[in-house]
Design a binder for this molecule. Structure first.
Ligand SMILES: [Zn+2]
Length: 271
């Protein structure tokens, strides 16, 4: 085998290596769904983004469940450590319909008797239902998914653009990661929070980001996309920090030069 390189002419060897490397690429190629989404969305820009500009892009509307009522019947403070992604599996309700249902206590369940989560995302809008400093009822009863995570529901109503919804959700999650210092490993599918007492404790949710009901390549692609959006916000902070350091350095040098000249003028008696 060691002699093969001497036997095969260089051009043929190069061709063999090319074929081998393309085989390798094919093995790691994304599924058609992920490939289609990535092509439609394009790559995430690899440039810094001001976090407040990113916030404006979200088109976030705040329509909180009345304090002390329904899903907010009990005040339960939360310091968010995770972000949980769901999808509504509701073919008729848009984000506004879900907000309306939550605001009148129409969705029963959970520990407090009413379901609630923090954000609902549709293709062009996000609606916030409860503050991120309060726990929701969206994942696993009294488990860590509810006690420590921000719940995001992605809409699935007819006419809703799924790709735009995914991207808006990725940007929202990135923004929440940034503002609450949540690491990328703590982005969870609802699937990751088992529901005690259920015959299928790990729910197939968000179903269109899972393979055979489990997180796989599609889920990893989505988390990667969130991480790329988050990197842009972190890069902005780094750029601001670098600029401040440069300004400080320039100021220090200017002072040194001024001190040097004033000493020199003292020595040669120009004043
Ligand atoms: Zn769910």
């Amino acid at each position: 085998m060691k002699q093969l390189g001497f036997i095969i002419p260089p051009a043929l060897l190069a061709l063999t290596l090319l074929i081998l490397s393309s085989c390798n690429t094919n093995r790691n190629a994304p599924t058609s769904k992920v490939g289609f989404w990535e092509r439609e969305l394009g790559a995430v820009a690899n440039v810094p983004l001001n976090p407040s500009d990113a916030q404006k892009e979200l088109n976030l509307k705040v329509d909180l469940i009345p304090e002390g009522k329904y899903g907010r019947r009990l005040f339960r403070e939360m310091k968010p450590q995770y972000i949980t992604i769901h999808s509504t599996q509701n073919p008729t309700g848009d984000a506004y319909a879900h907000a309306k249902a939550l605001n009148r206590g129409a969705l029963r369940g959970g520990v407090c008797g009413y379901l609630c989560w923090h954000f609902t995302v549709q293709d062009d809008t996000i609606i916030q239902h409860i503050p991120t400093s309060e726990r929701g009822e969206h994942a696993d009863f009294d488990g860590p998914g509810n006690r420590y995570s921000i719940g995001i529901e992605m809409c699935e109503h007819q006419g809703n653009n799924q790709i735009a919804t995914l991207e808006r959700t990725a940007k929202l999650a990135a923004s929440l990661m940034y503002h609450h210092q949540i690491p990328v490993d703590n982005i969870r599918a609802h699937y990751h929070w088992p529901r005690e007492g259920y015959s299928t404790p790990n729910k197939n949710c968000p179903h269109f980001l899972l393979e055979d009901g489990r997180p796989g390549e599609t889920w990893r692609w989505f988390v990667g996309r969130i991480n790329q959006h988050h990197s842009r916000l972190v890069k902005f902070d780094e750029a601001v920090r670098r600029q401040k350091q440069n300004e400080e350095e320039a100021r220090r040098r200017k002072q040194m030069v001024q001190r040097f000249w004033s000493k020199l003028t003292d020595i040669i008696g120009l004043t």
